[in-house]
Ligand binder design. Sequence first.
Ligand code: ADP
Length: 484
Amino acid sequence: MLNSVRVRLTLWYTAALTCVLIVLAIATYVILRQNAMRRTDSTLSELAESFLTTVNAELADESGSITLRKAAQEAISEHNFRDFAFSIFDTEGRTIIPFQNLPSPKDSENDSPDVFRKLINGSSQPARPFRNVQLGGNKYRGYARRFSVPDGNYFLVVLQSLHRQEEFLDSVIQTFALVIPLAVLLASVGGYFLARRSLSPVVAMSTQAGRIGEANLHDRLSVQNKEDELGHLAHSFNDLLDRLDQSFERQRRFVADASHELRTPIAILCGEAEVALSQQARSPEDYRESLDILRAEANRLKHIVEDLFTLARADAGQYSLTTTEFYLDELAADCSHSVRTLALARQITLHCEAPKEMPIRADEALLRRLIMNLLDNAIKYTARGGSVSIVCGYGDSQYTLRISDTGQGIPTELQPRIFERFFRADKVRSRSESDGGGAGLGLSIGRWIAEAHHGRLELTHSGPKGSTFTVVLPIPSKTDQPAR
Ligand code: ADP
């Protein structure tokens, strides 16, 4: 049961509410009690004042012929309120006028009991003239005040029964004892339904999410309110599904494209081998021709598999760069030298330009692969008699390699797609014109190589008069540069 968020929320809510209500009830009770006590104290002191005024008036009226006892009786009958009692003690603590209608304290009748003595003693201290008194099981609030009459000094003690206050405070406790459990019960039931209601979209979402699988990855969670937290959650989940869907789609396309690319050379290999084997008498030239075809297709197959392997490792983040220190300008010249025979065969002028030394720390084999790929493409897609150039340059923080050709360019609408895997702008042309033909993986691998070196590869220009690809690589800091 505690595994349910609804129940846990309700329990937390109920516990918090109970604590708040209890603290509130205690605070209210303490404040009410203090207020009642303050009111009682002020009533007691006012009453004592009034009582003594009467006593003094009585004594003054009769010009000394009346005793204090009589004057006090007079004042008592004038101030005969319910719940109040007056008494007068002399300075020795002996009772001059006893309390009216009060259960007598256990001490002797004439002597003031211990509680009154304390009260009388406290009357000289401004903070302690009041004291709670327990008489015959009843609670009283007592107030003592010293006064003087012509025949001496006395103490007036006024008591007020706390019965009503106690009753009132008891009723407050009873009310709280009834209201708090009721409020907690109602609030927890309400809280449970509220939690259930608030969490119902989550339950609905989890049911929906549970139904989404590989087969229906296009389905999305329904969003009831885009602005609230659950709306955001559903939105984020749908975004995640979008990304998963795209990734699945890419993966599917990649596998389909890869098998398609592999199928053609394998079919050629099988076909050619079968033809060669089916003919009984074949000249050595025929066999050589067949073997040439087999070798070309096997090479093509090897390149595709190697490229696929590189991309798979790159995707899995398993391709670790083997960095060394070398000069980029030298690598560019070296690559240009490597493709010169190919260019010559197609009567293409090759030109390499490097204005200064370009020390770098990078994976030389990968950068060579990138440059060779770009040069290979440039030569492959340039007509006979054209030219291809590789120009090295540098800025404040980056090196650039610009590989330009005078080929027929890439159609504008296809330019954004040339870095996609297996994409070929002109499939027929790219396969027929080259030995082995490209599988459309070269540029995507090239872009990955540049990015793995914190650089980039982009098509800077392509038109009817040719294309330019630019590789941008960061210049290593001075300390990383190789010594010559
Ligand atoms: P491929 O192995 O087919 O050359 P790439 O990924 O290297 O694969 O290139 C993708 C496509 O981009 C090519 O099929 C081609 O259509 C186009 N392309 C690349 N480089 C050039 C270029 N220099 N001139 C014209 N088209 C190019």
